[in-house]
Design a protein around this ligand. Structure first.
Ligand code: ZN
Ligand code: ZN
Length: 244
């Protein structure tokens, strides 16, 4: 089974004490993809051809900006701009069709190109390629490995995005009572742990009341950084990166 390759990273993520183990495994893929992009591979023709064509989303460009390899980034940006300019020149040589009274939708190949380009990202693409296999591995492990099933049930639930990803992917992998059981446990994990976070946030806000000033923080001191993992998949060290 091809997915056997991924059982170690999936188990590692579920061993972490994290508000979303799926975010934790995605984060490892992201770190590896950023390091790969700025490592020796950017000098390889096929990699460069792809970064020229796809560019990077805002989030990942921000991560590349934090890397030390300024020469690499300048080269990547330079040939990406060269490529984009060539494509725009090609597209603007053709006359743009003007819409008529009867045809509301005006075709605009230049906009189609810029829209596609601003939504493509070499790093996102690289992450997604393996991420789908990780999700499939989670489901396969849950289906076949009793100890993983226990680990899954003991996890702290998932962020909203990955909860949705899991319930959708389960429909393609599990069937019948197994599917029902997976959906039930996953939904319960999501809701119960979201409620735990909501309770922590409530106590966090109560602590601003002078009556509770000297009361213990309980589990609320880091309620905000844990809550933004649940709502937006923002892991703590990402926050630190962005404050630099
Ligand atoms: Zn997540
Ligand atoms: Zn991206």
């Amino acid at each position: 089974m091809k997915e056997q390759l991924y059982t170690i990273p999936v188990n590692d993520a579920f061993d972490k004490d994290c508000e979303c183990p799926i975010c934790a495994m995605r984060k490892v893929l992201e770190t590896n993809a950023v390091e790969y992009t700025m490592g020796p591979s950017y000098m390889e023709d096929d990699v460069r051809m792809n970064t020229d064509k796809m560019g990077f989303c805002r989030e990942h460009m921000n991560m590349l900006l934090l890397q030390k390899n300024k020469l690499g980034l300048a080269l990547i940006l330079k040939t990406h701009i060269d490529h984009t300019n060539k494509e725009i020149q090609k597209l603007t040589q053709k006359p743009i069709k003007v819409g008529s009274l009867f045809k509301k939708a005006v075709e605009n190949p230049v906009f189609d190109y810029t829209e596609k380009l601003t939504h493509s990202c070499f790093i996102c693409d690289r992450i997604n390629h393996t991420f789908d296999r990780y999700i499939n591995t989670v489901l396969q492990l849950w289906k076949t490995d009793e100890s993983f099933r226990k680990k899954y049930a003991a996890s702290k639930g998932f962020c909203t995005e990955h909860f949705g990803v899991l319930v959708k992917a389960a429909q393609g992998v599990l069937k019948g009572s197994q599917l029902d059981e997976f959906l039930h446990i996953t939904t319960k994990l999501y809701l119960d742990n979201m409620q735990r976070l909501a309770d922590d946030l409530e106590w966090f806000t109560d602590k601003f009341d002078y009556r509770y000033k000297d009361a213990p923080w309980k589990n609320s001191k880091d309620a905000i950084p844990r809550a933004v993992i649940k709502t937006n998949g923002i892991l703590e060290d990402e926050n630190e990166d962005k404050s630099h």
